[in-house]
Design a protein around this ligand. Structure first.
Ligand code: RAM
Length: 351
């Protein structure tokens, strides 16, 4: 009897310690998983890794992701390397694997480069998905896409063409040369440019500002210096478009060089108002993050598998379906939205 009580006591101590340790690892999880409709267990840990730190678009995306995860009573882990490199993301993913998180959502700095580490994560039972900048079909279970890449690419050429009256030199100021989202959009821009409507438009260079503000500024300055007749810059990155617009404004080149592309209303309002960027496009980064968080939760709850035909309700965002892409599957948020002088006021305080 005495022996039994000692054993029971030791087991109780061990159990208490285990619960305490578990609590520390999972942070301040509260509530249970019922509110997400997925019926999963509470206390899951869902991680998202953006391209790099200090990008306001990434912060909004992660804010939406965190909303979806905390609404479900789970813990969101928000990470990003300091520089937008694949190595930085690999290191973070290795850490998350050893922490045995339940899901990893990655905004890929490289399409193929994360495959070995993401395969390792999947082999350990972690649900893996990408959003915004896709990783390849072997690396992910599903991609949460902002909008159709063809539409995103083509509308930016249509926009710049209209702004420069279908004539003159244009350049692209992108993010990193490996970013799969920008690279895909640029491919569609190039396809759009093959149309005879654009015979008098010449794409002179694709420059890379790496989604770093200072590098985007110096790349814009270099473009202006190399191509004195440049008429337009397309920056399919929120960091690039704001940097390019600032350079054009500071140099007093309004009316001579136009800027368009993909921008955050909060960062671009002044340049839409001063005419440097007559209009631009984007989607709601908070909603994109929210949809990614919801999808991660659905995968962990095994409500979906990421296969074609899976359907689910993502809270206030409505219903979604998993569809096929060239090398995998995706969930699509919606259409890109145009921001111009008529509507920028409504959006500049939202994101
Ligand atoms: C930048 C990032 C992001 C992209 C937006 C449009 O903030 O490169 O991946 O989707 O721009």
């Amino acid at each position: 009897m005495k022996k039994f009580s000692l054993l029971s006591f030791l087991m109780l101590v061990l159990l208490t310690l285990l619960v305490a340790c578990g609590g520390e690892e999972t942070g301040s999880d509260e509530g249970n998983g019922d509110s997400d409709g997925g019926g999963d267990d509470a206390g899951e840990r869902h991680a998202i890794i953006f391209k790099s730190t200090g990008n306001p678009f990434g912060e909004k995306l992660m804010e939406g992701f965190e909303d979806a995860i905390t609404e479900a009573g789970d813990e969101a882990i928000l990470r990003a390397p300091e520089q937008p490199t694949v190595e930085g993301q690999i290191q973070i993913i290795e850490e998350l694997i050893s922490q045995q998180v339940d899901s990893i959502t990655v905004v890929g700095n490289d399409y193929d480069g994360l495959e070995p580490v993401l395969t390792k994560a999947k082999d350990r039972g972690i649900k893996v998905l990408s959003t915004d900048s896709a990783v390849n079909g072997n690396s992910r279970m599903v991609h949460v896409n902002q909008a159709d890449p063809e539409a995103i690419g083509r509308i930016q050429i249509e926009a710049v063409a209209e702004m420069i009256d279908n004539e003159g030199q244009i350049a692209v100021l992108s993010a990193t040369s490996q970013a799969s989202n920008q690279n895909l959009w640029i491919e569609w821009m190039q396809k759009e440019l093959e149309k005879s409507d654009y015979d008098n438009i010449e794409l002179v260079e694709v420059a890379y500002g790496d989604d770093l503000r200072d590098k985007s500024v110096s790349e814009t300055e270099a473009l202006l210096q190399s191509y004195p007749d440049l008429k337009g810059i397309i920056a399919p990155t929120t960091v690039g478009i704001a940097a390019a617009s600032k350079v054009i404004t500071d140099k007093g080149l309004q009316g001579e060089v136009v800027v368009t592309g993909l921008g955050l209303p909060s960062e671009m309002a002044e340049y839409i108002e001063n005419g440097v960027s007559p209009w631009m496009y984007l989607w709601n980064p908070i909603e994109l993050g929210y949809l990614a968080g919801y999808t991660a939760n659905m995968l962990v709850a095994e409500e979906i598998t990421g296969e074609v035909g899976d359907t689910f309700e993502a809270g206030d965002l409505g219903s979604y379906e998993v569809t096929e892409t060239e090398d995998g599957t995706e969930v699509l948020l919606g259409d890109p939205f145009r921001f111009d002088a008529d509507n920028i006021d409504e959006w500049k305080d939202v994101y």
